[in-house]
Design a protein around this ligand. Structure first.
Ligand SMILES: Nc1ncnc2c1ncn2[C@@H]1O[C@H](COP(=O)(O)OP(=O)(O)OP(=O)(O)O)[C@@H](O)[C@H]1O
Length: 247
């Protein structure tokens, strides 16, 4: 379990959060929904260890940690593929940086590229493939870090609706198949309801959890047209609308 307990992040001119607490069970999918600029990405940077937190504590699987640097791989809205590397070399970055065996890494990379419909594109450069393909390559690269936790910061928000729907299913399948713990920031209420076991609704600054919605009992895959999900989405919209006032 990831346990975040009263953590704070305070920049000289801005308290992003002062006492943020939540838990995410290992092997589960948590989605975070909140107003723009409320501090979601800052929270991920703190969890990933890109920036320290200023107070509070964090536990992973019962052990106190400063961050999940060793346990988490992060994926952002921008694919961050290196333009001078082809797709294969881009997805092999984790293998090289973690000093893993390159031959084993290459066969694993090719297997995953094929699973994500990128077979035959291994030697294309990022500017020669579509946005959806780049994001799939970024997902393969994230997987090759082989970490227990995925921090997904709006990974699909720049994609067209169809590609997005396909990748949502793929992310869900990967999470279940590899038993990953996924934390995902999204602005898409339905995306959160389709994928997550727990949805956290966040306040405006300083960010806190205003509501936690447990979806563990709703089996997956779920359907966009499900009337229960539509009802929940309406509730979420009205809760979050209240948070837009002061932004
Ligand atoms: N290094 C920094 N120094 C000072 N302020 C910062 C820094 N990084 C972020 N902020 C501020 O913290 C606040 C939260 O930013 P953050 O990017 O975490 O929000 P967000 O919820 O992810 O936004 P969005 O939904 O628009 O992506 C913003 O007001 C931002 O300007």
């Amino acid at each position: 379990m990831l346990k975040v307990c009263n953590i704070s992040k305070i920049y000289p001119d801005l308290a992003v959060f002062t006492s943020l607490s939540f838990t995410v069970e290992s092997g589960s999918f948590a989605a975070f929904l909140g107003p723009s600029g409320c501090g979601k990405s800052t929270m991920f940077r703190v969890i990933a260890g890109i920036e320290p937190f200023d107070g509070g504590s964090m536990e992973w699987k019962g052990l106190r940690v400063q961050n999940l640097k060793e346990n988490a791989a992060m994926m952002l809205q921008k694919d961050l593929l290196l333009p001078w590397f082809d797709i294969l070399d881009n997805v092999l970055i984790p293998i090289k940086t973690l000093n893993k065996d390159l031959n084993t890494g290459k066969s694993e990379a090719k297997r995953l590229l094929s699973r994500f419909g990128l077979s035959g594109f291994e030697h294309y450069f990022p500017n020669q493939i579509s946005g959806g393909m780049r994001q799939r390559a970024a997902l393969v690269r994230t997987l090759l870090f082989d970490r227990e936790v995925f921090l997904l910061d709006e990974p699909l928000s720049a994609l067209d609706a169809l590609t997005r729907r396909m990748l949502q299913s793929e992310i869900m399948r990967i999470q279940l198949e590899f038993d990953k713990t996924v934390l995902m920031i999204t602005h898409d209420v339905m995306e959160a309801l389709m994928l997550a076991d727990k949805v956290f609704l966040l306040s405006h600054l300083p960010m806190r959890i205003i509501k936690e919605i447990n979806l563990r009992d709703l089996p997956k895959p779920r359907y966009h047209l499900d009337s229960k999900l539509a009802e929940m989405a309406e509730d979420i919209f009205s809760t979050l609308k209240g948070e837009l006032v002061d932004v």
